[in-house]
Design a protein around this ligand. Structure first.
Ligand code: FAD
Length: 314
């Protein structure tokens, strides 16, 4: 849907006599006395009154010009997604859906961290948000394979035809990673490149922030007198609730970096359920099972505190 929307948007801007150039790599931003005045593309130079930097999460240009600190591996995750054609009938049958219904599920694994599966009418999407820093034993290309061959997932996707594969860096550090000054003389930074991506712990949102920051950048540029820095941009980001929302979720990245979420806690939950649903000669109460399972790893009080802290941060 996004690619269709972007094509429509490109047509709209072309109607306003804007030239949209795709498959062209900007190698350098041109500065004269600290003022951005254009870009270099190979041998060619393109000059403009303002440069809007929207290079996405992989901020090579900004880093090259010293406008952003070098990205640390701890700030980065890799999102890998596959779209599989399965057909509406099989999707409805396997996911217990009726027409016009869909399913989205959040997944957790010690191998890849967080993941997801969701249905569309004819297709199913599966994906993982994989943190190379914590999983350096596993190659990125094998991570999605792990998910696809998992017994729970593989039976849902049987006979499906993969039609799309994509991998994309995600900046995960949220508010901490937000550029303090996403502008300078005659340039402005929008979208992921500026750190405008919101990970709530359950959803990743960046498309809306990219679009809205682009709109606010245009407003700031329009209202800034020539030669001055567009300081209004930061004010607009604040007034429109973007930076305040990012601040509200500032603890999420630390919480999601806690490896216990992907290994220890799911293990505890599975073991407790195994115990309470096992038909035994001397069945255990929930409390007894909890003590036995948790006792080996941490104390119950400590666990409750850890979980409370996590819930408060999310
Ligand atoms: C697995 C996954 C799931 C996601 N799910 C959601 C979701 O459900 N909802 C949501 O809102 N967001 C989601 N996001 C986040 C969303 O994709 C991004 O936040 C959004 O695309 C950011 O837009 P952007 O324009 O800033 O950057 P991008 O969409 O990354 O666009 C940057 C563009 O700049 C180009 N570029 C980079 N460098 C140069 C250069 N030097 N010269 C020329 N071009 C260059 C790139 O090729 C790219 O086309 C998800 C991300 C991932 C990885």
């Amino acid at each position: 849907f996004l690619s269709r929307f972007l094509k429509w948007l490109a047509l709209k801007v072309e109607e306003k006599n804007v030239i949209v150039a795709t498959n062209v790599r900007v190698d350098e931003i041109l500065f004269r006395d600290g003022v951005a005045y254009g870009v270099r593309i190979g041998e060619d130079k393109l000059e403009a009154e303002y440069i809007v930097i929207a290079e996405g999460a992989n901020t090579l240009l900004l880093e090259k010009h010293g406008l952003r600190a070098k990205t640390s591996p701890r700030d980065i995750a890799v999102g890998i997604k596959e779209v599989i054609r399965l057909g509406r009938e099989k999707i409805n049958e396997r996911f217990s859906l009726r027409d016009e219904e869909g399913l989205a599920q959040f997944l957790i694994s010690p191998v890849f961290g967080g993941g997801f599966i969701y249905t569309m009418k004819e297709y199913v999407s599966i994906g993982v948000i994989y943190k190379p820093l914590f999983n350096n034993q596993v190659e990125a290309r094998d991570v999605i394979e792990e998910l696809r061959i998992h017994p729970y997932i593989s039976k849902l996707l049987r006979d499906g035809i993969p039609i799309e594969y994509s991998a994309h860096i995600i900046r995960e550090s949220g508010y901490r990673d937000l550029m303090h000054k996403p502008y300078g003389r005659s340039y402005i930074v929008v979208g992921d490149a500026a750190g405008l991506i919101l990970n709530t712990g359950f959803t990743v949102r960046g498309v809306d922030l990219a679009i809205e920051s682009g709109r606010l950048a245009a407003e700031a540029i329009e209202k800034t007198p020539p030669g001055e820095e567009p300081t209004l941009y930061m004010k607009l980001l604040q007034e429109n609730g973007i930076t305040t929302t990012l601040k509200k979720f500032r603890k999420v990245s630390t919480i999601l970096s806690d490896q216990r979420i992907y290994r220890e806690y799911p293990e505890i939950i599975c073991q407790i359920f195994e115990k309470i649903y096992t038909v035994d000669e001397f069945p255990e109460t929930l409390n007894e099972s909890l003590k036995k399972v948790v006792g080996g790893k941490t104390s119950i009080i400590k666990l409750i505190f850890q979980l409370l802290n996590m819930v408060r941060g999310l």
